[in-house]
Write a protein that binds this ligand. Structure first.
Ligand SMILES: NC(=O)c1ccc[n+]([C@@H]2O[C@H](COP(=O)([O-])OP(=O)(O)OC[C@H]3O[C@@H](n4cnc5c(N)ncnc54)[C@H](O)[C@@H]3O)[C@@H](O)[C@H]2O)c1
Length: 335
C-alpha cells in the first residue's frame, strides 16, 4: 500500500489553501493546516472554510503567525511526519501595501525564510511548493509571459516580495539542497473566493445596487484561472515531485524551478464583468477610474513548462467558471 503524504499547507483558511486541503483530504492524505486567520478580509469566510475542513478526520489545524518564527519551527517537533510543504500563506493584494507595507515583509519575505528554515529541520521532507504570482512579470510587454522572461520590473511591493520569495527559495536550494518549486498563479477565482478580488467585489456591489469601480475603462486584461485548475496544477506538481527528480535533463543545478499556472487566455476585464452581470441577471453601474500604479495592464501565461513537466491542463473558461462562482456567491450572501 502507498503511504499517504503528510502535507503542511500554510494559508489553509485562505481561498486556494482551503480548496487544496479539501481535495488532498478527499484522496486520503494527511493535512496539517497553518494560518493566522487574520482580518485582512472578513475572517467569517476564513472560519467557514475551516469549519468545512474540520469535519475531515485527516486534518489538524494550527493557528499561528509566520512572523512568530518559533511557532513555525516548533511544527518540526510536533509533526515530524511532514514530508511535503505547500506554502500559500501570504499578504496578498497589490494595492494594500499603500496602507500596510509591513504586512508584506512579515508574511511574504520573513515568512518564506521561516518556512524554509522549517524545511531544513524536517527529516522526511521531500518537496516545498510555494505560491508566487504573475505580478512578478510587472510591466513586461512580451506576451505571453514565460518563465524565461526577465522579472526585474515589479509594479507593486507585493510583486517585489513574491520575486524575493523565489530568490530566497533558490538560495536555500543551492545552500542546503532543499527541493523547492514556485508556482506563479494568474488571477485565481471561483467558489469561496476572496472578498477583496474583482469577482466578489463586483458581484457584491451589483447585488447591493452600488456602482462598481472599474480601472482602465475595462481594457485591462487578465489571465483568469479557475480555482479547480490551480488545484489540479498543485496536485500534478506534488505528485511529480521536485523538478530535478522529474527532469533528468536538469542535473547538477539547485533543485529549484518556477512555473506559470494560468488559464493561457488573456481576457478583457469588461468581458469578465459582462459574465458576472449575466449570471446575476443584473446590470452593473460603472464608475471608471484611472488604473492604479500597482496594477499591470495585462497578464497572459505561457504554460508550456507546467504542461511538459507535470501535465498541467486548465479546462475551465470564464463563461463556465463565472456562473459557478456566482452560484456559490448567492448562497454565501444568502446564508
Ligand atoms: N488568488 C489569486 O489570484 C492569487 C494570484 C497570485 C498569487 N496568489 C498567492 O497564492 C497564495 C494564496 O492566495 P489566496 O488567494 O488563497 O489568498 P488568501 O488571502 O485567501 O489566503 C492567504 C491566507 O494566508 C493567511 N496569512 C496571511 N498572512 C499570514 C501570516 N503572517 N501568518 C500566517 N498566516 C497568514 C491569511 O489569513 C489567509 O487565510 C498567496 O501566497 C497569494 O499571494 C494568489
Amino acid at each position: 500500500m502507498v503511504r499517504a503524504m503528510t502535507i503542511l499547507i500554510t494559508g489553509t483558511a485562505g481561498f486556494i489553501g482551503f480548496h487544496l486541503a479539501r481535495v488532498l483530504l478527499a484522496r486520503g492524505e494527511r493535512v496539517v493546516g497553518f494560518d493566522s486567520v487574520n482580518d485582512y478580509y472578513d475572517p467569517t469566510l476564513k472560519e467557514a472554510r475551516l469549519a468545512v475542513l474540520a469535519t475531515e478526520p485527516g486534518f489538524v489545524m494550527v493557528r499561528g503567525d509566520l512572523a512568530d518564527h518559533e511557532a513555525v519551527l516548533a511544527l518540526a517537533d510536533r509533526f515530524p511526519a511532514i514530508d511535503r510543504i505547500v506554502h500559500l500563506a501570504a499578504q496578498a493584494g497589490v494595492r494594500y501595501a499603500e496602507v500596510n507595507p509591513w504586512a508584506y515583509i512579515d508574511a511574504n519575505a520573513m515568512g518564506q525564510v521561516a518556512i524554509l528554515e522549517l524545511a531544513r529541520r524536517l527529516k522526511r521532507l521531500s518537496h516545498v511548493l510555494y505560491a508566487s504570482s504573475s505580478s512578478v512579470y510587472g510591466g513586461n510587454t512580451k506576451l505571453p509571459f514565460s518563465e524565461t522572461d526577465p522579472v526585474e520590473r515589479p509594479f507593486s511591493l507585493y510583486a517585489a516580495t513574491k520575486r524575493g520569495a523565489e530568490l530566497t527559495a533558490a538560495s536555500y536550494a543551492h545552500l542546503y539542497g532543499i527541493p523547492a518549486t514556485g508556482l506563479r498563479f494568474f488571477t485565481v477565482y471561483g467558489p469561496w473566493g476572496r472578498p477583496d478580488m474583482a469577482a466578489f467585489l463586483f458581484a457584491k456591489a451589483i447585488v447591493e445596487g452600488r456602482p462598481i469601480t472599474v480601472y482602465g475603462e475595462g481594457k485591462l486584461k487578465r489571465d483568469f484561472t479557475y480555482v479547480d485548475d490551480i488545484v489540479a496544477g498543485l496536485l500534478g506538481c506534488l505528485d511529480a515531485g521536485p523538478a530535478v527528480a522529474a527532469r533528468p535533463d536538469l542535473p547538477g543545478g539547485p533543485p529549484h524551478r518556477v512555473y506559470n499556472l494560468g488559464n493561457h487566455r488573456s481576457e478583457l476585464l469588461s468581458r469578465y464583468i459582462a459574465l458576472i452581470e449575466q449570471a446575476l441577471g443584473r446590470q452593473a453601474v460603472i464608475d471608471n477610474k484611472p488604473t492604479p500604479r500597482a496594477d499591470v495592464p495585462e497578464t497572459y501565461a505561457d504554460i508550456t513548462r507546467a504542461r511538459e513537466d507535470f501535465g498541467f491542463d486548465p479546462k475551465t473558461p470564464i463563461d463556465v467558471g463565472i456562473p459557478r462562482f456566482v452560484a456559490w456567491f448567492r448562497t454565501w450572501i444568502g446564508g
